[in-house]
Write a protein that binds this ligand. Structure first.
Ligand SMILES: Nc1ncnc2c1ncn2[C@@H]1O[C@H](COP(=O)(O)OP(=O)(O)OP(=O)(O)O)[C@@H](O)[C@H]1O
Ligand SMILES: [Mg+2]
Length: 249
């Protein structure tokens, strides 16, 4: 994306964001509350329009393609999931197939829905309404819907919120596998630095609406960069030969 800017009533929320997010990999989007991470995802998915600048995927400006074409390229799991609750889990996940199936789902579409529910541990809950499941189960249902959309790009805004450690870890492992073996491009907003360091290969750090640093995780996720980013001491340790950020106390 190049020179993306966004403002609300004269106040800049994002200024001149120019980054190239590598395809077929996992990019962690990090930064303090209010830095502009969710806004950037909304601009990337065209749920909001930038005041200036472009988002380009595969050489195509996203502003110039139809909503249907966009929905085949890019799926989003938003931070705030507001949708009517009287919908069954199975039907919610099925919405993910809409750009492919419209209202005529094929056997392949149904197989995708079953697969998505299997991967995100929702089979036993498939007949429940969204307001009859727990916060983490609900979160997983939205992730499964985006997974079922089977797009090249998958954008997730704090998907680990509400997830227990088993489901958090298995989500990260699945996303990693999708990047490594299915050629998917993942952008994930994370607050837990150790998840970001352990699983992502690229990092984009935002602070006050600007890019603070970006690049390969190994090179850029240093104690110094992270301490500056959050204005909080972060020490980079190694555990079993792998980087581990210490910031709890
Ligand atoms: N509709 C709006 N009107 C005015 N300011 C807004 C609006 N929406 C967001 N903002 C401001 O834009 C900035 C960026 O918000 P954004 O939601 O992108 O942050 P974030 O990095 O996702 O934060 P968090 O980690 O808390 O989710 C914040 O300062 C926020 O208060
Ligand atoms: Mg946010």
């Amino acid at each position: 994306m190049s020179e993306l800017s966004y403002s609300v009533s004269g106040t800049d929320i994002l200024r001149d964001i120019s980054v190239e997010i590598p395809a077929r990999g996992m990019t962690a989007l990090i930064g303090p509350n209010g830095a502009g991470k969710s806004t950037l995802l909304h601009l990337m998915s065209r749920q909001m329009e930038p005041m200036s600048g472009q988002v380009v995927i595969d050489g195509q400006d996203l502003a110039t393609i139809t909503a249907q074409a966009r929905a085949l390229k890019l799926a989003v799991v938003a931070q705030h999931l507001n949708i009517a609750s009287r919908i069954r889990i199975r039907d919610l996940v099925g919405f993910g197939r809409w750009p492919h199936a419209r209202n005529r789902p094929t056997a392949e579409d149904r197989a995708w829905v079953t697969d998505a529910m299997t991967h995100f541990d929702l089979i036993a809950l498939q007949d429940r309404f969204l307001d009859e499941v727990s916060g983490g189960q609900r979160q997983r249902a939205f992730i499964a819907m985006a997974y079922a959309q089977d797009t090249e790009w998958l954008l997730l805004d704090e998907p680990l919120n509400n997830l227990d450690l088993h489901h958090a870890r298995s989500l990260m492992a699945r996303l990693r596998d999708m990047a490594d073996h299915q050629g998917k491009s993942i952008v994930i907003v994370l607050h837990d630095l150790n998840y970001a360091i352990s699983w992502a290969d690229h990092v984009v750090a935002l602070r006050a609406g600007r890019v603070a640093f970006e690049g390969p995780v190994q090179a850029m996720a240093t104690g110094e960069n992270l301490s500056n980013l959050y204005q909080t001491p972060v020490a980079m340790d190694h555990v079993d030969g792998r980087p581990f950020a210490r910031y709890h106390r």
